[in-house]
Design a protein around this ligand. Sequence first.
Ligand SMILES: [Zn+2]
Length: 99
Amino acid sequence: MATKKTCLYPGCDLPVKTRGLCNSHYQGARAAIAKGDATEEDLIARNLMTPKREKQKFQHDAFLLGSAVTGQANEIVETVAETVETLEPETAKEPSLFA
Ligand SMILES: [Zn+2]
């Protein structure tokens, strides 16, 4: 067996969990990428993450796709909310017209 690897993050000596990072630093890296604070290529170039394997590529793409879909869904919800706000005063007026 190879020597037990430790997290790439400077000063961190926790065992590697994913992509050369311990669990918490991997979560942190993923959060930074999701927020746009860093790119995977940047982290790999700085030796703060190991390149992904083919098996993990699919998972990552699925994760990105999920984010895109969630973003669109949020936009739709906002649009519907605005439409409802616009319609409500008219709907409230209607009964008084026929009173
Ligand atoms: Zn770590």
